[in-house]
Design a protein around this ligand. Structure first.
Ligand code: ASP
Ligand code: MG
Length: 412
């Protein structure tokens, strides 16, 4: 008998029919003798609808505490509906909001962090043979205020509950049947991964693969919660996300190709090449709460240098203004920017034990005549910035070069 936490996302509980299907599924697990805790999101579109209402009435500036009171209702509806559907099928069930469980968080409304979980109610219910249905995405602070965990936060609720209960597995049911080597919309030959490590998944998620909320992956890695991504309504093994990095002959060096179009590039030209210049450039950027991703400083000539970095596209204009001011102060030549860039990354723990991975990447891009504007590397990732219009070509070329393409099926 296993203890399993199952999380169903918004599309999986998007209609009463789907909620009934979820109930059938949970019932089957229950009949096998497993203890089940279910975490659900709000019906798809509901959180957006609620946020929109809040914006309408508060000139786009809703008070965070009240916003949390409101958006948490989305999940309150689905927990009750699912519990009803289970009970109707003869499966004893009980629903809890975050505060009823007591998922204690800090008071950072709309982006709260979980501090602790009181598992006594849940344990008592499981012991009494009940399925426990918990509202995702929400908690309560020390003062009793309702808090929420940030968009996509139900994943984190699922993982946190699994960690607190020491569950055998946390299953994330969604509208895809697993984690893929890359986005199948860009590369039809992308394949579902049987397994991926937390570290790789974290890179994939922060680099644009949207299957799981990043924080939930961090959490799962930290507490070593085996995490599985599965399709809500199709049978299949899904993708297991774990700690172990097995070294096998079949194990590909690269697990996946991630990409995003969310970044923009800024260059300040002709800055004096003196100690402290990087700080003078990036200090004001960070004071303006803008996060910098990649950074490149060129070799100096004539005692001046060029300095380039990327920021999120949403921050591009504010970063540009800050940089213009810095340029005047430092007597730099000019500031230029480019929003038509994209970042492509290869990710894989296999890189640790194989040399030449980066050059193989550069070779594949060179063959397609794609110019690399910036490069950054870490132990398990190589990222490049390229012109946005070549993004799809680059991803396809890399997918092939690292032998990730699915074998052609008959008739293909
Ligand atoms: N309903 C929340 C959202 O849309 C949380 C979740 O679905 O994970 O962000
Ligand atoms: Mg989600």
């Amino acid at each position: 008998m296993a203890l399993i936490v199952q999380k169903f996302g918004g599309t999986s509980v998007g209609t009463v029919e789907r909620i009934a299907q979820v109930a059938e599924k949970v019932k089957k697990f229950r009949e096998k003798g497993d203890d089940i805790v279910v975490v659900v999101s709000a019906m798809s579109g509901e959180t957006n609808r609620l946020i929109d209402l809040a914006k309408q009435i508060s000139d786009d500036q809703p008070v965070a505490r009240e916003l949390d009171v409101m958006v948490s209702t989305g999940e309150q509806v689905t927990i009750a509906l699912l519990a009803m559907a289970l009970i109707k099928r003869g499966v004893p069930a009980v629903s809890y909001t975050g505060s009823q469980v007591r998922i204690l968080t800090d008071s950072a409304h709309t982006k709260a962090r979980i501090l602790s979980i009181d598992d006594s109610n849940i344990r008592a219910d499981l012991k009494a043979g009940r399925v426990v249905v918990v509202a995702g995405f929400q908690g309560v602070d020390e003062q009793g205020n309702i808090t929420t965990l940030g968009r996509g936060g139900s994943d984190t609720t699922g993982v946190a509950l699994a960690a607190a209960l020491k569950a055998d597995e946390c299953q994330i049911y969604t509208d895809v049947d697993g984690v893929y080597t890359t986005d199948p919309r860009v590369v039809p030959k992308a394949q579902r991964l049987e397994k991926i490590t937390f570290e790789e998944m974290l890179e994939m998620a922060s680099l644009g693969s949207k299957v799981l909320q990043i924080r939930s992956v961090e959490f799962a890695g930290k507490y070593n919660v085996p995490l599985r991504v599965l399709h809500s309504f199709q049978e299949g093994p899904g993708t297991l996300i774990t700690l172990d990095e097995e070294e096998s002959m079949e194990q590909p060096i690269i697990s996946g190709i991630a990409f995003n179009r969310d970044e923009a590039k800024l260059t300040i030209r002709g800055v004096p090449d003196l100690p402290g210049v990087a700080f003078k450039i990036l200090g004001p950027i960070s004071s303006a709460n803008i996060e910098v991703d990649m950074i490149v400083q060129n070799v100096a000539h004539d005692n001046t240098t060029d300095f380039t970095f990327t920021v999120h596209r949403n921050d591009y204009q504010s970063a540009q203004q800050v940089l213009e001011a810095t340029a005047r102060e430092l007597g730099a030549r000019e500031v230029v920017g480019d929003v038509n860039i994209a970042k492509v990354s290869i990710v894989g723990v296999g890189m640790r034990s194989h040399a030449g991975v980066a050059s193989r990447m550069f070779e594949a891009l060179a063959k397609e005549n794609i110019n690399i504007q910036m490069i950054s590397t870490s132990e398990i990732k190589v990222s490049v910035v390229i012109e946005e219009k070549y993004l799809e070509l680059a991803v396809r070329a890399l997918h092939t070069a690292f032998e990730l393409d699915a074998p052609a099926r008959q008739g293909d």
